[in-house]
Design a protein around this ligand. Structure first.
Ligand SMILES: C[S@@+](CC[C@H](N)C(=O)[O-])C[C@H]1O[C@@H](n2cnc3c(N)ncnc32)[C@H](O)[C@@H]1O
Length: 244
């Protein structure tokens, strides 16, 4: 399969992640946020402005799979990501607890058994709710699943709570701020390989991970099913812009 974008070490594939991942190897860092499977219950519960954007899912993905199917899909993709990693690589998997029928589903259920090194808390410094069922969620998690050789660039490189405001300027329905992949790139030991480190985002969206990879002089691969989001990513990459 050919990339639809291939410039300065950054490649974008217009495809399903699970089609391309078996052909990717030598990855040093996966930094990704998959669809959270949120829109199915967006119809039943009235969410605040932070969530409303996702009620109809994504451009090409309805985001309302039956949960067992969703879990199997994510486990499959994580296994493929794991296979693509170098011996010192790691997967940074951004997700959060999701409440269904009053029960919290924790993203650990999506791990197919890969060695979990750490859970980073992304403190969004903000939150919104209009239900009395639970306290206002203001955080997400980043599950770090690491190969035995994965190390940080230095002792005490960062605390495991990352306080970063969401990127309100990005028009994608569920972007993460560029500070998240940038921090993972800056604090991971990624420069020991000939040709430069390779960063992968199998659920690329508006290309935040790739923009971070490019800004730090690394190579990057992004996979995305929506042409619209790919256009946003290319625009950001070509303009060197953090917003969209
Ligand atoms: C949470 S968003 C990622 C947002 C991204 N981190 C950003 O900052 O823009 C998940 C993305 O996965 C895409 N997607 C859904 N199914 C996919 C699949 N099978 N393969 C690749 N991408 C997929 C959606 O279109 C959506 O853009």
């Amino acid at each position: 399969m050919k990339p639809v974008y291939d410039e300065c070490g950054i490649q974008i594939y217009h495809a399903h992640a699970e089609e391309v991942l078996p052909y990717v190897s030598g990855v040093d860092l996966v930094f990704t946020s998959p669809p959270y499977n949120l829109s199915g219950f967006g119809r039943k519960v009235k969410w605040g402005s932070d969530w409303v954007k996702l009620i109809d899912g994504y451009d090409t993905h309805s985001d309302d799979m039956p949960y067992p199917l969703y879990r199997g899909w994510q486990q499959h993709c994580l296994n493929l990501c794991w296979e693509s990693l170098s011996d010192t690589g790691a997967i940074f998997y951004n997700h959060k607890p999701i409440l269904r029928d009053g029960i919290a589903h924790l993203p650990f259920e999506l791990n197919p058994g890969l060695p979990l090194r750490q859970v980073i808390t992304w403190d969004r410094c903000s939150g919104f709710t209009n239900t009395k069922h639970y306290y206002t969620p203001a955080y997400e998690w980043i599950l770090v699943m690491a190969k035995p050789g994965f190390r940080l660039s230095r002792v005490g490189a960062s605390f495991d709570i990352w306080k970063v405001m969401p990127d309100a300027a990005n028009k994608h329905p569920a972007p993460f701020p560029i500070e998240l992949p940038t921090r993972a790139i800056d604090t991971g030991t990624l420069d020991e390989h000939p040709g430069g480190a390779l960063i992968l985002d199998p659920f690329m969206g508006s290309g935040t991970t790739l923009v971070a990879a490019k800004a730090s002089g690394r190579r990057g691969i992004g996979i995305e099913t929506s042409e619209k989001y790919i256009e946003m990513a290319i625009k950001r990459l070509d303009q060197g812009s953090f917003g969209v």
